[in-house]
Design a protein around this ligand. Structure first.
Ligand code: ARG
Length: 552
């Protein structure tokens, strides 16, 4: 956008005069919009800063859009022509020209959500889903080629246990209602019984080996568990408005694992350790366990096969794994194994913190009932009550209540850096003021209401500059930089913070001056700024996965 263009011009002028590259910053204090220190340059060129400034002053002042240039306390300050900046900002957004070409396009695989079948969807999986989906939208928006994969946990010795438990303690009818909760209970029961009768482990192991070989009875049961689980998971995906490009579970890699293990063997990486196969990874981390004593494969084995598959099949050089902090070691090991195998695959563990309630790890298990859905239901109910109070005549209240509740949960998740723990407090996150989803949604609704009063018309000759209009234009100009930083740090929180900043900046303009006045042309131009602000705010919300509303 215009700010970047002017910044580039300034940098070019300095380069032309002194053959010296400098990076101009957005001024944090004072009235100037751009600034940079001249110490380094003057030292390098053995000229006093004042001399440097004198040589730059005229060519800088000649740049289109620059109104003044000053030198204070060793800093070069650049003042922009406000009317010019506001007009060009609006113009770029209105004509959808606010992103530059992404030069470093990449093929990126994002592995997110990835719950385990026959187990409940946990709050941790909600975090993975929300963060991963947001990154997928961000990368795609910036022009990268993205493959979003739901790497279902649908394979491993636990399914031997599951099937054993179902055949011995379960019956068909039990899966008619809340099947996942029931399956999880069976699994817990298996572990209790196993403590009394250790030979159960061998039986379960035997069942899994049979399953791996394709035993039809076991396969049919496993298939049924999978279908039931996906049905439950889809409830969350629909609610959160989340898509995947592929749902490829761990079981898919069954036929790729032999090759991967063979390759490790050929590369002389495998070592026998008490009949198990491991890869020693050096002094700074424990070895990777590739095959157990009984020949069964592990989570790690499947992750190695999956990474190689993604690299070959999707031509991905970077794979993001959106998984909690607690699996940090696993992904460091995975990277090391792939390095040792000679693959150029970059593993990025997009880690995140816990979900806390009153400072303690949030539990959605109360007396065996599944309460995560109940948490969402409560959020929707609370937001419905708030809407009922604020706007009783609103149409489609249920739909809006759902959007507000889900937006609140998503924003609460994404507003802080992802590696931090988040506090899950429904009444706080549903407030219409403060750092919340509803606050952002409400700001967009307020903008929509203004735009219904008067059509925005862009007038290049009309000056609407003011401190607040200028501040807002500056924030709009920082959208792309924000996205680029979010992309390179894998932090959707940067977009969330940006949306908050944009909302606050708009609301101070709204609070400080009347936007629609007698002066119709001025009002139309002002509404054009509102329109541009709404475009960018809505785009930020969409990237986060928060619904955009016209009324609430
Ligand atoms: N299913 C695992 C869990 O719930 C997460 C899988 C993450 N992805 C991966 N490729 N390891 O803990």
């Amino acid at each position: 956008m215009i700010l970047q263009t002017i910044k580039k011009h300034v940098e070019n002028v300095i380069f032309d005069v002194f053959s010296y590259s400098i990076t101009i910053e957005y001024a944090k204090k004072g009235d100037a919009q751009l600034a940079c220190p001249l110490f380094q340059l003057s030292k390098e060129k053995r000229l006093s800063p004042v001399v440097v400034f004198n040589q730059l002053e005229t060519p800088l002042k000649n740049i289109d859009g620059v109104s003044d240039v000053t030198f204070e306390h060793g800093f070069l300050n650049i003042y922009l022509n406000q009317q010019h900046l506001i007009y060009h900002t609006i113009d770029a957004i209105k004509n959808n020209r606010y992103l530059s070409e992404n030069k470093e396009k990449e093929v990126i695989v994002i592995d997110y959500s990835s719950p385990n079948i026959a187990k409940r969807f946990s709050v941790g999986h909600i975090r993975s889903t929300v963060i991963g989906a947001s990154l997928r939208r961000l990368f795609r928006f910036l022009g990268d080629e993205v493959e979003g994969i739901n790497h279902l946990g649908d394979w491993g010795t636990q399914f031997g246990k599951m099937i054993y438990a179902y055949l011995h303690y379960g019956d068909e009818g039990m899966l008619d209602e809340e099947p996942i909760a029931k399956l999880q209970e069976l699994y817990v029961r298996f572990h209790d019984e196993e403590k009394l009768n250790p030979s159960l482990s061998d039986e379960a192991r035997e069942i899994f080996l049979e399953l791996e070989k394709g035993n039809p009875t076991y396969l049919a049961l496993w298939e049924q568990f999978k279908v039931l689980s996906l049905k439950e998971f889809d409830y969350y995906y629909e609610l959160l408005n989340v898509d995947f490009d592929h749902v490829i579970g761990e079981s898919f890699y069954e036929s790729y694992m032999n090759d991967a293990v063979k390759e490790m063997e050929d590369k002389h990486l495998l070592v026998l350790d008490d009949e198990a196969m491991i890869i020693p990874l050096g002094d700074d981390m424990p070895p990777a366990l590739i095959k157990k004593k009984d020949g069964s494969t592990l989570y790690m084995t499947r992750d190695v096969a999956a990474a190689i598959y993604r690299h070959k099949h999707f031509k991905a050089s970077t794979i993001l794994y959106v998984v909690g902090n607690e699996q940090a070691l696993h992904f460091r090991q995975l990277q090391r194994v792939l390095d040792k195998m000679g693959y150029e695959i970059h593993i990025e563990h997009v880690n995140f913190g816990l979900v806390l309630q009153d400072g303690k790890k949030m539990s959605t298990r109360k007396g065996g009932v599944h309460t995560l859905q109940a948490v969402f239901d409560e959020a929707i109910l609370l937001s419905k009550q708030a809407i009922e109070e604020k706007n009783p005549n609103l149409e489609h209240k249920d739909q809006v209540a759902k959007s507000v509740a889900v937006g609140a949960i998503i924003f609460n998740d994404l507003k802080n850096e992802k590696h931090l723990n988040i506090e899950f407090n429904l009444s706080n996150m549903l407030k219409f003021e403060g750092q919340t989803g509803p606050y952002i949604q409400y700001t967009s609704v307020r903008m929509a209401a203004l735009l219904r009063q008067l059509d925005p018309v862009v007038h290049e000759d009309v000056d609407i500059s003011s401190e607040h209009a200028m501040a807002l234009s500056m924030v709009l100009n920082q959208f792309e930089d924000t996205l680029i930083r979010a992309r390179s740090s894998f932090q959707p929180s940067m977009i969330a913070r940006y949306a908050l900043n944009l909302s606050q900046t708009f609301n101070s303009l709204y609070g400080q001056q009347k936007l629609i006045t007698e002066d119709i042309r001025k009002s139309q131009m002002m509404l054009s700024l509102v329109y541009a602000s709404r475009e960018i705010l809505n785009q930020s919300m969409r990237l986060l996965g928060i619904d955009v509303l016209d009324y609430m």
